[in-house]
Design a protein around this ligand. Structure first.
Ligand SMILES: Nc1ncnc2c1ncn2[C@@H]1O[C@H](COP(=O)(O)OP(=O)(O)O)[C@@H](O)[C@H]1O
Ligand SMILES: [Mg+2]
Length: 261
């Protein structure tokens, strides 16, 4: 299986890439996104296609638009122009609640800020997607049950008793990041997107985390989109995309970032 990634700066013939949105898990076409209508676009992507089951690393420095891109893929934001097709469905044509449903059923998202629910325990946070999605519930159920599956994922990430029934706010940042990862993986979603998911982990936990992430995605044949500024991880993936290569708005952003710093 191959990811089809089409940088706007290079002719596709030289990249050995194919176009076939029918077999893509994720397909973007002429997507433009600005945070405010009056401001310059943060993303301007002519074409990005990722085939089902691929593990893709999206690299870019801080401020280059990685989280903005994942926000579009997760249906948290909508583009001003262009098409975003996930699993054959047009995300930008859906209303807000339809996108929420699609995300709950089909996507595991590890947000950069985790977005854990502070008044729930560790296990309750992990099983939460299964309470919003019958599909994920049934999948976790067939893997042994919600709590069993949550405990299995958490223990693979080094989180076990007595942490499991603690409020998630009592965990360290690195532990919370692993809880967010377990929550994204439960119920075997078809697409997993991860925003700098190893930023708070030490080397040992990073290794265990990546092992679990790849293994779970392989077992579920999930498509994985992983963004990070840390290019030392990129060799572990099927393909790496430099955001600057596919994002025509990239040069404007890096000038902004230089001005800000
Ligand atoms: N919620 C937001 N509202 C307005 N601008 C934002 C918001 N989030 C990010 N931006 C801007 O979008 C640009 C890209 O940011 P982001 O996607 O977070 O980059 P990265 O994840 O690569 O660090 C930056 O200039 C940033 O200031
Ligand atoms: Mg970010």
């Amino acid at each position: 299986m191959v990811a089809f990634l089409v940088p706007h700066t290079q002719p596709t013939a030289n990249m050995g890439l194919r176009y076939n949105s029918a077999s893509s898990a994720i397909s973007l076409s002429e997507v433009r996104f600005a945070w405010r209508p009056e401001s310059a676009p943060v993303l301007d992507i002519s074409r990005l296609e990722i085939e089902s089951g691929q593990h893709i690393f999206v690299a870019g420095p801080s401020g280059s638009g990685k989280s903005s891109l994942l926000g579009l893929l997760a249906g948290v934001s909508v583009p001003q122009a262009g098409q975003i097709r996930l699993l054959g469905q047009r995300l930008e044509k859906m209303g807000g609640s339809e996108r929420d449903r699609f995300r709950a059923d089909h996507m595991g998202v590890i947000f950069q800020m985790f977005n854990l629910i502070p008044y729930l325990t560790v296990v309750e946070n992990v099983t939460l997607p299964c309470r919003f999605s019958r599909r994920r519930y049934e999948q976790a159920h067939s893997n042994g049950g919600l709590t069993v599956e949550a405990v299995r994922l958490l223990s693979r990430l080094g989180i076990s008793d007595p942490l499991l029934n603690r409020p998630v706010t009592e965990l360290s940042v690195g532990q919370q990041q692993r809880v967010a990862a377990a929550r994204a993986l439960i119920g075997s979603p078809e697409i997993v997107i991860a925003d700098e998911p190893t930023s708070a982990l030490d080397a040992d936990h990073r290794h265990d985390f990546l092992q679990l992430l790849f293994e779970e995605c392989r077992n579920a044949q999930s498509t994985l989109v992983f963004v990070s500024h840390d290019t030392s991880l990129s060799h572990l993936f099927d393909q790496t995309v430099a955001l600057s290569k596919i994002n025509r708005a990239g040069s404007a952003i890096s000038m902004d970032a230089r001005r800000d710093s």
